[in-house]
Write a protein that binds this ligand. Structure first.
Ligand code: 0O2
Length: 221
């Protein structure tokens, strides 16, 4: 490879990854708007926190090898759809579906794929709602469509996933059976906690609504 070719490849790669950074910025703005709007409409904020990350070049290459992906930018784009990733942690299970619907209904967003690991948790107990969306990015001389992976989960699901991730890597992906079983059990406990908190929240909301009606009636009397 000549020096000039190398320079060209580097430039193309940088531009390729830049588009994903812009996509993350754009998605973060969209989510911030949703957060403020949701707050206004429902007087509580379902979004606990949002994190985003660009997949590292090492991890992109690892996944390419794993998926037998050709070393061309179009192939990488189609095969590795989680180069740009956003994780939204919400308060309650039902918020997951509300937020995902809000995202899906935006005109410039195309939902390419969804995976509902809440309806159907993974064998190890992992729960989360995944969406791959495609959004347009406007560059100086062209428009580019970029994939972003959005993971939406509750705090309990997130707690479980981050611990499981640590254990998985600590044991070099070969987790002892006893720990596997205990992780599965912990996932069941996390689901029960989520359901309990959701029920409590529902009761409190109903109580608040009922007392507002009584207050209004008293004022009107
Ligand atoms: P990282 O470090 O988060 O980027 P795909 O190859 O993406 O089409 P895959 O891998 O089956 O198919 O996609 P899936 O199931 O949608 O999961 C992708 C991401 O979800 C993972 O990204 C993790 O972030 C998360 N995830 C999936 N399964 C588990 C799990 O069992 N435990 C935990 N803790 N997280 C999980 P990466 O690329 O693996 O890692």
């Amino acid at each position: 490879i000549r020096m000039n070719d190398l320079k060209k490849i580097k430039l193309e790669m940088t531009r390729f990854l830049m588009a994903y950074r812009f996509a993350l910025d754009e998605m973060n703005t969209k989510i911030n708007i949703l957060k403020d709007e949701f707050n206004y409409m429902h007087d509580y904020n379902p979004i606990e926190h949002v994190t985003s990350r660009l997949k590292s070049p090492e991890s992109i290459v690892k996944k390419m090898i794993h998926k037998n992906c050709a070393f061309t930018l179009p192939a990488i784009k189609e095969t590795i759809r989680d180069i740009a990733g956003i994780r939204i942690t919400v308060s309650f299970r039902k918020d997951i579906y509300e937020i995902s619907k809000m995202i899906a209904s935006q005109k410039d967003i195309r939902v390419v794929e969804t995976k509902d690991y809440i309806e159907q948790p993974k064998k190890n107990g992992y729960q989360s709602y995944h969406m791959i969306v495609e959004i347009p990015i406007f560059m100086s001389d062209r428009e580019e469509k970029v994939y972003v992976e959005i993971q939406i989960r509750t705090i309990a699901m997130d707690f479980w996933a981050s611990l499981e991730h640590k254990i998985y890597y600590k044991y070099n992906k070969d987790v002892p059976n006893r720990l596997r079983d205990e992780l599965q059990e912990a996932a069941t406990v996390a689901t029960a906690l989520d359901k309990k908190m959701e029920q409590l929240h529902k009761e409190i909301t109903e109580y608040k609504e009922a007392s507002t009606i009584i207050d209004n009636d008293e004022e009107n009397a």
